[in-house]
Every structure is written in structure tokens, then in C-alpha cells.
Ligand binder design. Structure first.
Ligand code: NAD
Length: 477
């Protein structure tokens, strides 16, 4: 941020130039927005779920009309052309799905009857949305992770204040243009700009916070939310393991692992970052891995067909390089890659390391780059112990042609999602609930129907059908 004003300069990941800026919105601005959101939510929260679903459908239509400009802005944010337009298309789908399912989620929630404990008391549950939900999102999948919590919060009947990452804010303007075509959502989905100061103001002004980002910031957000006594749903970092058993189909395992670890330049929370391979197939696996890696190209060399885009966040290269250098210093061998290329933007080539150990940072801390460290195991129990030897617990993968064995291994992994014979499936399957384990997160599932119901509090309406008991109930007589 420039010291004299409240603007934040934004870097272009392809050129490396600072060619865009946003303002850091102040806490008084956020407070004012929250006041309006709170007022608007009163009518929104009492609409029927069907009507809210219909209005989300209108937003999907408007979004679709603006999808090209949103995708274009997103590609300037991330340096990813094709995926940015896919990200916009997936967002339309998410909007349509919540719009279509909103009514049925509430139908399924209905619960009433007689108390088993006191049968004369009849109960009915009423579901009360949190008035204003704060959403704070990261830079790695900027649009999707901004809206993945915001849309179900709106469907639940809440208003939202969304603060996307200050690293990738270009998509906000075209998104607001789409939103402007749905007057029914005025003051209900409020998109604000800024960095940590604005993020903290969002926590100060809302009733529940959804945060996606690093563990370090997540800990601050959780402490801040606790000081206000509001819930925090945290989706944090990972260090996902893959276990490749001796009976795995090597070619397909390599394909899935490369897509997860190297695709998106390794900049996703559920990227595989630790690969454990049976010693029986290690050499064959390594040969196939290097064969497939050698076919990949960087988008700085081939802008129209390259596979690996630039690092979005320039400082990430320091984290990646320091972990690689430390590993090499301790005896790791670099089989491919290992050094960044500065071409205006920064590209990190697919990197394969072996002779790594759990003493190295590359096996202990989140890397968030296109790195594949390999470790050989001799027994599946050893592989499970290695996979669980981490402070993270996001997700993991198991490769074996014996599906029962793979499921048994998966059941022992201390993570919230296990992909069998593929990788990072939780990144594409949004309708299946899961929780994050250990430092990877806290709170209800953002996936599946819980993605909406976590924004609802239950109020019990209790009707006495008999005469009320007298104070003699407490008498010593
Ligand atoms: P980050 O923690 O640096 O920032 C995330 C957001 O928090 C940004 O919008 C930032 O402005 C805001 N922020 C920073 N300080 C704040 C404060 N004190 N109070 C309130 N808000 C504050 O994360 P990042 O670098 O943008 O994203 C990368 C991280 O996100 C990685 O660790 C990745 O694993 C994680 N991530 C997790 C998931 C998941 O679903 N578990 C998904 C994507 C990314």
C-alpha cells in the first residue's frame, strides 16, 4: 500500500508490473455497509426459500451474461487464461445449483413432534439465519473461493460482506456489474476491497466469518472472531499426501498426481505435496513420472498452449525456493526443475525431488508450488504413519487396484477427504460434505447441504399441551 493514501497497488503475474490498484476500505465504511446489509437482510431472511432460490437464479443469468468479462479480468489476476473462464463457468453452475436446491434443503430440515422426555410438550424448529456473514477469501482461485461460501449464505437468508484477496481483485468490478443487474440483491451481497485492515473490519462488523487462507492468518481470524464471540469457519492450508501402493496402475497414478501437484502451478490447498511410493515399484514410477513431467511446458514459452502458468503471488517464490534449497542442503536430489525463471512474471518449473526426509521443511510446511517430493516406503503401515506425520489434515490420495485395500488405507488417514485412484477430487466434487482435520480448518462443511445449513441457528418453539406445572414442582414436600 502506498503510505500517502489508501490505495493498494496490484501486480500483474504475467508481466510483473503493478498495473492496477484498489482502495483499502476503512472500518467506518465497512461498518456503514454492514448497517445497510443488516437492514436489507430483515426482508431477505423472511422470503420463502423458493423465492430466494429464484433470485439466485436471476443472479446466475446476470453472471452468465458477464461471464466473458469476469473471466478476462480473472485471467489478468491469475495469469491463467483457459482456467479463468472455466472458473467463471463453474461459478454459474454453483449459483444455479444453490438456486435450484434452496427450497429442498429447507424442506428436509423441517422437524416437529412431541418431546420424548415430556410428551405433553410439542416442538417445532425454526431456522434463523445469521444476519450478516463475513467472507474473506484468498488469491489462488479468486472468484470461486470468494463465492463458494457467499452463495449458500445468501440462500440461507443471510446478507454477505465479501472481501476478496487484495492480490487478485480485478474480477470484482465486472462481478459488481453483473450483480448490479439484480436489484433484488442490493445491499445483500456487498463486495469490499482491501487487505488485512479491511478484513479485520469485516470480522468486527459481521455475525459469523468464513475465512479461506493460510494457517497463520486463520489463527488471527479465529482469535479475533473469538474475542467478538462469533463463529469462524476456517478453510486453511494443506500438505496433502499420496500413497502409491505396489499394485497401483503406474501410468494413471502418475497422471493424477501430476495434475494435482503441478496443475495450477501447485497453487491449490489440496495440491498433493508429499508422494509416498512402494519400494517395489519406485524406479518404474519415477521413470514414468519424469517421462510425463518432461512433456509439460510453461506458459512463458507457449502462451497459447503451455501447461504451467506463473506464480500469482510474487513472494511465494521465496517460500518455494527456501524449501527446495534447504532440502538440497540436507541431501535431497533435484531430478527436474529446482530454480525459478524470471520472465517479467515468475514461473517455477515442475520440480521433482528424491532422497527427502520428514526433517526437511519441504515435507513439513505448505509449499504452494509445483513440487513433487518422493519418498520410498516398504510397508503400507509405514506409508500411513508417514502420511499422518504432519500438522495438516486437509485431504489425501491412495492409488491401488485393490479398492478394498485402498479404502482401508484411506480410512486411516487423518484428513477430511480421500481420493482413491485419483487426486484432489474434493476440489471438483462440491456436493459431498467433508471437514478439515488438524490445522487445515475448523467448523462445519462448506461442501454439500451443510454448506448452507451451517449459516442457520435452530430455534425450538415448545408448546405445552397440558396445564403448566405449578411452583410445587420444586417444593421439598
Ligand atoms: P492469506 O492468509 O495470506 O490471506 C487470505 C485473506 O485474508 C486475504 O483476503 C487477506 O487480505 C486476508 N487477511 C490477511 N490478514 C488478515 C487479518 N488479520 N484479518 C482478516 N483478514 C486478513 O492467504 P492467501 O495467501 O491469500 O491464500 C493462500 C492460502 O490459502 C494457502 O495457505 C492455501 O492453502 C489456503 N487455501 C485454503 C483453501 C481451503 O479450502 N482449505 C482453499 C484455498 C486456499
Amino acid at each position: 500500500m502506498s503510505p500517502s493514501d489508501n490505495t493498494i497497488k496490484v501486480r500483474n503475474p504475467v508481466t510483473g508490473e503493478y498495473d492496477y490498484e484498489i482502495s483499502e476500505q476503512s472500518s467506518s465504511e465497512i461498518y456503514e455497509i454492514a448497517t445497510q446489509a443488516r437492514a436489507a437482510q430483515k426482508n431477505w431472511g423472511i422470503l420463502s426459500p423458493r423465492e430466494r432460490g429464484r433470485i439466485l437464479g436471476l443472479f446466475a443469468d446476470a453472471f452468465e451474461r458477464h461471464a466473458k468479462t469476469i473471466g478476462d479480468a480473472l485471467s489478468r489476476d491469475t495469469g491463467r487464461r483457459a482456467f479463468s473462464h472455466l472458473e467463471a463457468a463453474i461459478t454459474v453452475q454453483i449459483l444455479r445449483t444453490w438456486g435450484a436446491n434452496c427450497e429442498s434443503v429447507f424442506e428436509d430440515l423441517k422437524s416437529e413432534g412431541a418431546s420424548q422426555q415430556v410428551p405433553t410438550v410439542h416442538f417445532r424448529h425454526v431456522f434463523v439465519p445469521y444476519p450478516v456473514v463475513g467472507v474473506i477469501s484468498p488469491w489462488n482461485v479468486p472468484l470461486l473461493l470468494a463465492l463458494i461460501d457467499s452463495i449458500p449464505a445468501l440462500a440461507a437468508g443471510s446478507a454477505v460482506i465479501l472481501k476478496p484477496s487484495e492480490v487478485t481483485p480485478r474480477f470484482i468490478e465486472p462481478l459488481k456489474a453483473a450483480l448490479g443487474e439484480v436489484p433484488e440483491l442490493e445491499s445483500l451481497l456487498n463486495i469490499v476491497t482491501g487487505g488485512p485492515v479491511t478484513g479485520a473490519a469485516v470480522i468486527d462488523s459481521t455475525d459469523v466469518v468464513c475465512f479461506t487462507g493460510s494457517v497463520a492468518t486463520g489463527q488471527k481470524v479465529a482469535a479475533h472472531a473469538a474475542s467478538r464471540f462469533i463463529p469462524a469457519f476456517l478453510e486453511l492450508g494443506g500438505k496433502d499426501p499420496a500413497i502409491v501402493c505396489e499394485d497401483a496402475c503406474i501410468e494413471l497414478a502418475v497422471r493424477g498426481i501430476i495434475r494435482s501437484a503441478i496443475g495450477m502451478t501447485g497453487q491449490t490447498c489440496q495440491s498433493l505435496e508429499r508422494i509416498y511410493v512402494s519400494d517395489k515399484i519406485y524406479e518404474e514410477f519415477k521413470t514414468e513420472l519424469l517421462r510425463q513431467i518432461d512433456q509439460l511446458t510453461l506458459t512463458c514459452d507457449a502462451p497459447d498452449s503451455g501447461d504451467i502458468g506463473p506464480l500469482i503471488f510474487a513472494k511465494q517464490v521465496d517460500t518455494i525456493q527456501s524449501q527446495v534449497d534447504e532440502a538440497v542442503k540436507q541431501g535431497a536430489l533435484v531430478l527436474r526443475g529446482g530454480k525459478p525463471r524470471h520472465e517479467g512474471g515468475i514461473w517455477y518449473p515442475p520440480t521433482v525431488l528424491e532422497h527427502v526426509t520428514h526433517d526437511m521443511l519441504i515435507m513439513r510446511e505448505e509449499t504452494f508450488g509445483p513440487i513433487i517430493p518422493l519418498i520410498k516406503f516398504t510397508s503400507e503401515d509405514e506409508a500411513i504413519a508417514l502420511a499422518n506425520d504432519t500438522t495438516f489434515g486437509l485431504s489425501g490420495a491412495v492409488f491401488s487396484q485393490d479398492l478394498e485395500k485402498a479404502a482401508a488405507i484411506g480410512a486411516q488417514l487423518e484428513v477430511g477427504g480421500v481420493s482413491i485412484n485419483d487426486a484432489s477430487l474434493t476440489g471438483v466434487v462440491n456436493d459431498v460434505e467433508k471437514n478439515s482435520f488438524k490445522l487445515s480448518g475448523l467448523g462445519g462443511s462448506r461442501m454439500g447441504r451443510a454448506g448452507l445449513t451451517r449459516f442457520l441457528r435452530k430455534r425450538a418453539l415448545l408448546t405445552q399441551t397440558a396445564e403448566p406445572a405449578s411452583v410445587k414442582l420444586y417444593s421439598e414436600a
